[in-house]
Design a protein around this ligand. Structure first.
Ligand SMILES: Nc1nc2c(c(=O)[nH]1)N[C@H]1C(S)=C(S)[C@@H](COP(=O)(O)OP(=O)(O)OC[C@H]3O[C@@H](n4cnc5c(=O)[nH]c(N)nc54)[C@H](O)[C@@H]3O)O[C@H]1N2
Ligand SMILES: Nc1nc2c(c(=O)[nH]1)N[C@H]1C(S)=C(S)[C@@H](COP(=O)(O)OP(=O)(O)OC[C@H]3O[C@@H](n4cnc5c(=O)[nH]c(N)nc54)[C@H](O)[C@@H]3O)O[C@H]1N2
Ligand code: SF4
Ligand SMILES: [Mo]
Length: 781
């Protein structure tokens, strides 16, 4: 069996032709700069010419493949959507201003608000797309220059549940504790809530071995392009993965397949965990999940019989109010089969954002200091304060987590101002209309961005920053490998790097010269010192080693240390060296369906768009390929709502309604609707999502809420809700993005043809038909 990414992945298949206007020129003229894609955590290797021509590069993650987003990534560098001058809101409108004016206005307003309400009146919101240097400097800026505890970042919305579960099981959280190329040798790989055919297409080549061995298992309520290529697809009801893992674990023990020697030698906590699992026999779990008892037993046997097996989770399993416990349940199963810490086997989380790994290590999180240290640990405070040249007592305490922070904005006890670097929360945060209202209630909002995102459009000051290809910096990919992203071209006039912005502000806050450097390598040298001795120890990583092409996975505690590609081979990171089973129980979605809202809505990604879509909606090829929000639904469910393919429909929940065009998918569970979250205005999936938070990770429940499907009563719009924009109108000196004009056009759909899955998939209709039949006899109700 050969796996196909939605776009061709590997060296043996031709990469997609370069889009018009960007020709991939052959290497060898000495002008190409080796760099990495600006988007997801796979961090595909690519090269760039001074004219910004992208070509894929041989690199272990992508082996010469790129997805559509990677191929078209350079088009945003000189796009008309690009911001090239600071904007300051005057007379209610955003107007061009000089950098000095913009930075002076920010410093004056923030100083005023802090003087009146205390340091915590100013909040900072970061992102997992920022380089290590930016994330590090942002955390330092918040704690040292602003003295605020109110900093968090969008990683809370991403992989924080897996991070928390990994930490409690293994004592360390690194997304993949092994190089992803190890996956090639596996005969069984279980993907739980992961759709890499659309979210990391070149990654599929690492799954080929398991697929060829008949052991690629995909667990997803939808029959995604990834599930389509799996040997086994299990489709549980959304939010029931925890119960499913318990059922498979029950079968493992009941059938005598537990790896007893491993459990005895390398783990702790089995008995306490088993007391709960004992109640989850597979037939009981079948009633909760819709996955047959036979399929659960088969999965247990498959894992037990494998020579080399991996369990991998992603957002489908993690973005729940019980996300941490759900991941723990899958880790328990992996431990029962003796997988973690064994060469050629393991558990891992597929981190999503470009620097989703490094971005969670260096201090932009509410409770964290660089090196994955805890802000409430006195030794950590002393070490980092020493590097920063400040007194440990002056470091603030841990602050609010991302959604709680957004929810507190403009409230009597909450921040009065916020600086946003690298996130578009108006589109991507749960219950987004409420978030937009909170932002509108602030006295002062600043964003640094490349484009006028929906969040930037609400700001009082917008700062135009440089992009990936225009600056140096390091990223840490999903396997903990530190990568150098090099400057390949000069930025346009008028933009500054985030590092420059922070330095300029720090100076205005009276910080001593040199405490906030602007050179990425200089900041990295400081980061190395701050992380030394920490969990994520980068002290032995240098730009020179990275320039020389060394593959350095953290921890790298010395400049002559080779790095640590595989963690846990000798011992887990808990003091006794053992991994922990964690006792977890199934409770189900925070908001179960009922008579009023009988369906379950789930949300996720399309191939063509990245996250809130702020960047990819401004790339013409991608915007054309997926111009609007779709609502994926079973044809019978659509028919019951009086809807057909191509009709405009609304998915309503207790919090709001999202509008999109109906795409009938015969393989969908009839009780589920799927909405992608890349679109703005009335097409925002997050108008309906439930901000119920996981008690440990504070991750919102993006992946399931009770909903109903109805015909739309009006043509929906992609513009901001009036209540918000009227408060802060925007005037631009040039057209900013085409995103505000993306309307649902009845005439524009390539999806009007029946059972097609995600747009951009290249499946023969016969395959699709076959899969539909298989799915319909597959036992999921
Ligand atoms: N094209 C594209 N690629 C991206 C991104 C993007 O925005 N667009 N973003 C990047 C980032 S930051 C991330 S985090 C990754 C995310 O990568 P993935 O985790 O692969 O993406 P999602 O689409 O969020 O979710 C995966 C699947 O979870 C399924 N799912 C929904 N509910 C449940 C459930 O209850 N249980 C289970 N088992 N599955 C469920 C959905 O049907 C979906 O197919 O992608 C990265 N790559
Ligand atoms: N319903 C639903 N909602 C979700 C999810 C879901 O599955 N369903 N997934 C969640 C997940 S996993 C994630 S990761 C979040 C992501 O959601 P967001 O945090 O909104 O992510 P992006 O859209 O990537 O926003 C990044 C913004 O920063 C800008 N930017 C890019 N690079 C830089 C830089 O270097 N510096 C600065 N200053 N700006 C930059 C971009 O132009 C863009 O405006 O969404 C979450 N929201
Ligand atoms: S898979 Fe991710 S890193 Fe690779 S080209 Fe696509 S978006 Fe970029
Ligand atoms: Mo993410």
């Amino acid at each position: 069996m050969t796996l196909q990414a939605v776009t061709p992945p590997g060296p043996d298949v031709p990469a997609l032709p370069a889009p018009a206007g960007r020709t991939a020129t052959p290497d060898g003229d000495g002008t190409r700069t080796d760099t990495h894609c600006p988007y997801c955590a796979l961090q595909c290797g690519m090269t760039l010419t001074p004219a910004a021509d992208v070509a894929p590069r041989e690199f272990p993650a992508n082996r010469g493949g790129l997805c559509q987003k990677g191929w078209t990534s350079a088009s945003l560098l000189d796009s008309p959507a690009r911001l090239t001058t600071p904007l300051v809101r005057t007379g209610g409108e955003l107007r061009p201003a000089s950098w000095d004016t913009a930075l002076d206005v920010i410093a004056a307003r923030l100083t005023e608000l802090q003087a009146a309400h205390g340091n915590d009146a100013v909040a900072v919101f970061g992102g997992g797309g920022l380089t290590n240097e930016k994330a590090y400097l942002l955390g330092k800026f918040a704690r040292v220059a602003l003295g605020t505890s109110q900093i968090d970042y969008n990683g809370r919305f991403c992989m924080s549940s897996a991070a928390a579960a990994g930490l409690r099981a293994f004592g360390v959280d690194r997304g993949l504790p092994f190089p992803m190329t190890d996956l090639a040798g596996a005969d069984v790989i279980v993907l739980v809530g992961s759709n890499p055919a659309e979210t990391m297409p070149p990654f599929l080549q690492h799954l080929q071995g398991a697929a060829a061995a008949g052991g690629l298992v995909v667990i997803d309520p939808r029959r995604t392009p990834t599930a389509e290529q799996a040997n086994v697809h299990l489709a549980p009801a959304p939010g029931t993965d925890l119960a499913l893992a318990l059922g498979v674990l029950h079968a493992t023990v009941a059938e005598g397949l537990l790896d007893e020697a491993y459990v005895a030698e390398r783990t702790a906590g089995f008995d306490a965990m088993w007391r709960t699992v004992a109640r989850y026999w597979p037939e009981h779990v079948e009633r909760i999940t819709g996955v047959s008892a036979a399929d659960q037993r088969a999965l247990s046997r498959g894992l037990a019989g494998a020579r080399s097996a991996y369990v991998l989770t992603a957002r489908g399993a993690e973005q729940h109010a019980t996300g941490v416990d759900t991941v723990s349940a899958w880790i328990n199963l992996a431990l029962a089969h003796g997988l973690p810490g064994r060469a050629g086997s393991g558990y891992g989380c597929l981190t999503g954002q470009g620097n989703g790994q490094g971005g969670r290590e260096h201090g932009q999180k509410a409770d964290q200091l660089p090196g994955y240290r805890k802000l409430d640990d006195p030794a950590a405070r002393e070490h980092v304060a020493g590097v920063w040249g400040i007194a440990p007592e002056s470091l603030p305490a841990p602050g609010r987590s991302a959604f709680e922070l957004l929810d507190a904005l403009g409230q009597p006890e909450g921040p009065k101002a916020m600086l946003v670097f690298g996130s578009n929360v108006v589109v991507s945060a749960p219950r987004s209309q409420r978030v937009a209202e909170r932002l509108a209630a602030l006295d002062f909002l600043v964003t640094a961005d490349l484009v006028l995102s929906e969040t930037a459009a609400m700001a009082d000051v917008v700062l135009p920053v440089t992009q990936w290809a225009e600056e140096d910096g390091t990223m840490t990919n999903l396997e903990g490998r530190v990568l150098l992203r090099r400057k390949a071209i000069d930025p346009p006039d008028g933009v500054r790097s985030d590092l420059d912005v922070l330095a300029g502000l720090a100076e205005r806050f009276g910080q001593p010269a040199g405490r906030f450097p602007v050179d990425a390598e200089e900041i990295f040298t400081e980061l190395r010192a701050a992380s030394a001795g920490g969990v994520a120890d980068y002290s032995g990583v240098t730009y020179d080693r990275l320039r020389a092409g060394e593959a350095l996975h953290w921890p790298v505690p010395a400049v002559d240390h080779p790095g640590t590609p595989r963690l846990f081979l000798e011992a887990f990171a808990h003091a006794d060296g053992r991994a922990r089973f964690v006792a977890v129980d199934h409770t189900g979605p925070a908001e179960p369906p009922d008579a009023e809202f009988p369906l379950q809505a789930t949300t996720g990604r399309l191939l063509q768009h990245y996250q809130s879509g702020a960047q990819t909606r401004a790339v013409p090829e991608l915007a054309e390929a997926a111009a609007e929000a779709c609502i994926e639904v079973h044809p019978d469910t659509a028919a019951r709502a009086g809807l057909g393919v191509g009709d405009v429909a609304t998915v309503e929940s207790r919090r709001g309604a999202v509008t999109g065009r109906v795409r009938c998918v015969a393989s969908m569970r009839p009780d589920v609707v799927f909405v992608p979250f890349h679109f703005p205005g009335g097409q925002r999936a997050n108008l309906i999502t439930n901000p119920a938070l996981d008690p440990t990770s504070r991750m919102p429940e993006f992946k399931v809420c009770a909903a109903r499907l109805v015909p739309a009563d009006a043509e929906p719009s992609a513009t901001q809700p009036e209540a918000v924009t009227q408060q802060k109108p925007v005037t631009q000196q040039k057209p900013v993005t085409q995103q505000a004009s993306v309307e649902l056009q009845k005439s524009v759909t390539q999806q009007e043809s029946g059972t097609q899955q995600a747009s951009g998939t290249q499946q023969a209709s016969g395959t699709q038909q076959k899969s539909v039949e298989q799915r319909e006899t597959g036992g999921a109700s």
